[in-house]
Design a protein around this ligand. Sequence first.
Ligand SMILES: Nc1nc2c(ncn2[C@@H]2O[C@H](COP(=O)(O)OP(=O)(O)OP(=O)(O)O)[C@@H](O)[C@H]2O)c(=O)[nH]1
Ligand SMILES: [Zn+2]
Length: 210
Amino acid sequence: MNTQFSATEPDEEIAEAPPARRQVDLGKIAQGVRLILEGIGEDPDRPGLRRTPQRVAEMYAELTAGMDEDPHEYIVPLPGDTHDEMVIVKDIQIASLCEHHLAPFVGRCHIAYIPKDGRIIGLSKLARLADAFARRLQVQERLTSQIADTLYEALKPVGVMVVIEAEHTCMTVRGVKKPGSLTITSAIRGGFRKDQRTRAEAMALIKGRG
Ligand SMILES: Nc1nc2c(ncn2[C@@H]2O[C@H](COP(=O)(O)OP(=O)(O)OP(=O)(O)O)[C@@H](O)[C@H]2O)c(=O)[nH]1
Ligand SMILES: [Zn+2]
């Protein structure tokens, strides 16, 4: 992984890191998982658990695969096609990992933008952008801002709005144990900030009342 950061907080470096020249050390993760199994009083060598460290290592590699992507690569305007009014892709399923507990949080991401000078991108790229930032160790607020900032900076649209609704398993199955609680975060950039009516229109479309 790239470690060229100096001005950021150490705990921001992981999620902010540009695409990876990282090497996932599956063996190291597996060793750790074996220790966890021993720590909870299990026998890591019993048949049902024998492959668990390896499986969990592969799972963490998969759940952090966004670290290997450069989300900016997805923000390339479609040649020849133009549109000047609001575009929304809603209900993008996301799965991320809470960086405090390494517990999954899962939910839906909604992305709205208003193109400038007709510049639009492929719809699937919005979902790829969300995934690239979700598949890292995250907090939901940062995930939301990173998606909005990257789209706003790279496409230079009139405005961007990102809303994420997610359930954090660190809150539902452990700790405070509040099943069904939903965390909703938003990040609003550019024209959506100034224009309350457009923001309300986007929100209504996201909620399905458009
Ligand atoms: N703001 C924010 N907090 C989060 C997110 N994911 C997890 N957390 C919170 O991070 C906090 C970590 O708090 P700590 O007190 O250090 O950890 P803890 O003792 O396990 O806390 P409890 O979860 O209350 O048992 C908890 O309040 C979590 O709910 C997130 O995406 N955003
Ligand atoms: Zn957590």
